[in-house]
Each structure stands twice: as structure tokens, then as C-alpha cells.
Write a protein that binds this ligand. Structure first.
Ligand code: ZN
Length: 460
């Protein structure tokens, strides 16, 4: 007998953000991820349309990792009546907590389309309920979803706690990859190998059509930017992403400063969210890669080095300006779209002795992109600021596998693969990856449309 299972791509088809996959056909109905759409005004506005399903009918939500494009709409799910279980790794739950507590304020400041009941939706009461429903699992601890259906989390190597969920029904396996890490990472373990009897896979494709620049030389660029700024007696501003990128930077600063390659200088971690996330990394050091664990065993406090100061309160943040140069300021947001970095940019961008170091992809309409593309002046609030500081960029810090990495990943588990569904990427990325999987690996692959219901057939 055949069992028809449907996966509704409520979000995350032809889009790198807004992951939201509804699975029906088993005794229990479940979701994989419930993320925010980000990146454009239109995308952001569609966050507040009703879900395409009734949240009350969903029994379990599996959360692959704690980026907002995978968790940001869970409060809305609760607000709209979900009262099932939420399941993830321990680290994902801890990070989700600090991320979601921060989301309300980000959304409140957002220009585009906020619902009138936003405050209620992200209220402490909703968040309290949300986390009371949240169960945790370790990697490889089997979780019984319902009769004959179990799930096991594998390390995706993307951010701390990130998981691929491998479901098993009567010895048939299918996997939701979530986002896949750009292994090797400075801190995390490599993406784990999947069992070799996976039959269906739903895979991300953020970089499905591109390969990354080499990671070689990344540390060298960081070192030379730090040294140049030091010798100019300037301020080095680094717009950061709170989860993963910040911790990678701290780890690399730690190495450069403790080895004496770069002189000690004041380094301010000026982001309450990044400070909180870094605390969580300290709690889960057993999830970090072996070489990093070895450093820790040998007594190195990998996120602490001479000169580092965490400035959590607004007052501490404001006092940075009085500290003598040279100095380094790490502050959010990573694309200069808001947060404390904007205050520092106002203060320091007009001085040619200073530097702004761009550390990741900048979306087309962001302030970071304008600066990266060489804008001579920028508008911050009402103020026009001339850009005279040095603008540098360090590449190779992407948290996602590139096109070759994704094809290799599918190839490694292609023995019994019947079909791959390519999602969580822009249209051209998804289509390109699907084509490569078909042509190079001979595995049928398919790119679902937004809202499309895809079917998989299992033996019962
Ligand atoms: Zn992610």
C-alpha cells in the first residue's frame, strides 16, 4: 500500500527567506520552520498575511536553526492559535530566545508594513507561551513524532545548533536540510554526512548558482586592516551580524592579538544581542569543532582577549567616543540598516583616518551597499555625512554552502535518492542547482513554486 505525503511550501519556495513547510499525511501534521520574509518591502509586508493553513491544526513545529528567516514568525503562529510542540536542539532554543526578544523592537522600527497588533504578537506573554511549548533534543536523539514516524537531528554546520531533520517512516527516510554550512567554518563542526539511504530531500539553495571566493587570505586581510588602522591611529568600524559572524570575528581577533601579530588595542563589542549570543556559544563549547575545543581545553578563553570590552548598556556605548584611538568597534546591524553602528558611522565616517570594514553580503537597498559601492556622502537621519573613511571588505565569511558544496552534499547522499526539492533560494539559484543535480548526479530534482503542494509517496 502507498502512503501519500504532501509538503506545502507556504514559504521558502523561490525565496531565500521565510522558510515554512507544512507536512501532512501522517497521524500528526507538522511544520518545518516558520520564518520571516526579509529583503524587500513587498516581502516584508506579506509576513502579515494570514498563514495558508490553520495554525490550530498543526501538531509540531521543527526548527532547523535560529536565524530570523527560520523562526521570526513563530510568535505569529502562536498568536494565531498554534498550541502544539516546538522541537529543536538546545542551542537553537537558547539563541531563538534572545533573537525573538529582539525582534519586536526591530519590527517596530521597520518602515514597511507592520501589523497594527505587532506589539501584542511579540509580547512577553506570547513569547512566554512560545517557549513553554518548546522541547529540546540532542543531535541523534530520536524523537517520536507519532506512530511509525521518528525524526533525528544532524549537525548542519551553519550556525550554532543548526540541524538537518531526517524523518523516518517504516525504514524510508526524507530530510529537510535547513541552511547548510560553508564548511570548514572557523568555529563549527563540518556539516555532518547524512545516512546513505535518504529517499527524498528538500534542500536550500541560497548560493545554488554561485561559488564563493576563496577563504584563503581572509585572516590576512583582517590582519592588515587592523594593522593599518592601528598605525593611522583611527577608528575601525565593523558592522556585524550577531549570530556566528560576530563569534568568528572575536575568535580571529583573539588569535591575532594573543599571538602578537596585531598589537593590543581597545576592541568594543557594542551590541547587546551579539553579547548575549556570544554567552550562548560559551555554554555550548562541546558543539564547536575539535581544534577549537582543544584551544579551550588548553586554557584559551576564545572569545576574550586583552583590550576587549563588551558595552551592553546605552551609556557604556555612548562612552566609546571618549576612548582614545586607535580602537575597533563591532556593532550591529550587519548591513548598517539600523542599530548602534549607525551612531558610530555618523561620528566617524567623515574622517580619513578611520575605516569601515564590510563583512558580508549587503542587500541592494541597504546603507551598507551604498557605502560599499563608493557613495561620497550618505544620509543618516537628517544629516548628510561625507564618506572619507577607508572602506574595506573581507569576503569568504558566508555561512552557506556554495553551488559546488551543495552538489557535493547531494552527491554524498545520492545512493537511494529518488527526488530532490530545491528551495530556499532565489529563482535563478534554485533552477541552476536543480539543473546541476539532474545533469551531474542523474537525480531527479524539482523547484517548487510558492504555495505549491508537492507529493511524496511512501510504502505503508
Ligand atoms: Zn540561516
Amino acid at each position: 500500500m502507498k502512503k501519500e505525503i504532501t509538503i506545502t511550501c507556504s514559504g521558502g519556495a523561490l525565496s531565500p527567506t521565510g522558510a515554512n513547510f507544512l507536512v501532512q499525511g501522517f497521524e500528526k501534521t507538522f511544520l518545518v520552520d516558520c520564518g520571516l520574509l526579509q529583503g524587500s518591502k513587498m516581502a516584508e509586508e506579506s509576513n502579515w498575511k494570514p498563514f495558508s493553513y490553520d495554525p490550530k491544526q498543526v501538531d509540531v513545529l521543527f526548527v532547523t536553526h535560529a536565524h530570523l528567516d527560520h523562526i521570526g514568525l513563530i510568535p505569529k503562529l502562536i498568536f494565531d492559535g498554534f498550541s502544539g510542540k516546538i522541537v529543536s536542539t538546545h542551542a537553537t532554543k537558547d539563541i531563538a530566545k534572545v533573537m525573538l526578544e529582539d525582534t519586536a523592537s526591530i519590527l517596530a522600527n521597520s518602515e514597511s508594513g507592520k501589523p497594527f497588533h505587532l506589539e501584542e504578537m511579540y509580547s512577553p506573554k506570547i513569547l512566554h507561551k512560545l517557549f513553554s511549548l518548546w522541547k529540546t533534543v540532542d543531535y541523534h536523539e530520536k524523537y517520536q513524532v507519532c506512530k511509525d514516524l521518528s525524526v533525528e537531528a544532524f549537525d548542519a554546520g551553519h550556525v550554532l545548533g543548526s540541524s538537518m531533520f531526517v524523518f523516518e517512516y517504516k525504514q524510508q527516510k526524507f530530510v529537510f536540510t535547513g541552511d547548510l554550512g560553508n564548511s570548514p567554518s572557523p568555529l563549527l563542526k563540518d556539516t555532518e554526512k547524512l545516512p546513505d539511504d535518504i529517499e527524498y530531500m528538500l534542500i536550500e539553495s541560497v548560493y545554488g548558482d554561485r561559488n564563493h571566493e576563496s577563504k584563503e587570505g581572509r585572516r590576512g586581510i583582517l590582519k592588515s586592516v587592523l594593522l593599518q588602522n592601528y598605525h593611522r591611529g583611527g577608528v575601525l568600524m565593523v558592522p556585524i551580524f550577531s549570530l556566528e559572524r560576530t563569534q568568528e570575528f572575536l575568535y580571529e581577533f583573539n588569535e591575532l592579538i594573543e599571538s602578537g601579530e596585531v598589537p593590543t588595542m581597545p576592541v568594543f563589542l557594542d551590541s547587546p544581542l551579539a553579547i548575549k549570543v556570544t554567552q550562548i556559544f560559551k555554554k555550548y563549547t562541546h558543539l564547536l569543532k575539535d581544534t577549537v575545543q582543544k584551544d579551550i581545553m588548553e586554557g584559551d578563553n576564545i572569545f576574550k582577549f586583552p583590550g576587549l570590552k563588551e558595552t551592553e548598556t546605552a551609556q557604556e556605548s555612548k562612552s566609546i567616543v571618549r576612548k582614545p584611538n586607535p580602537k575597533v568597534i563591532l556593532a550591529g546591524a550587519g548591513m548598517s540598516t539600523g542599530g548602534r553602528i549607525v551612531h558610530h558611522e555618523k561620528e566617524y565616517l567623515s574622517d580619513k583616518n578611520n575605516t569601515l570594514l564590510i563583512t558580508g553580503f549587503q542587500t541592494p537597498s541597504s546603507l551598507g551597499r551604498m557605502i560599499e559601492e563608493g557613495a561620497k556622502t550618505i544620509l543618516l537621519g537628517e544629516q548628510t555625512i561625507p564618506v572619507r573613511a577607508h572602506i574595506e571588505a573581507v569576503k569568504g565569511y558566508s555561512g552557506h554552502k556554495d553551488s559546488d558544496g551543495l552538489v557535493q552534499f547531494v552527491s554524498d547522499s545520492s545512493k537511494k535518492l529518488k527526488k530532490v526539492f530545491v528551495a530556499m533560494g532565489e529563482m535563478k539559484s534554485s533552477l541552476f542547482l536543480a539543473q546541476r543535480i539532474k545533469e551531474e548526479l542523474g537525480v531527479p530534482s524539482f523547484v517548487p513554486q510558492p504555495g505549491e503542494v508537492i507529493k511524496i509517496s511512501l510504502n505503508d
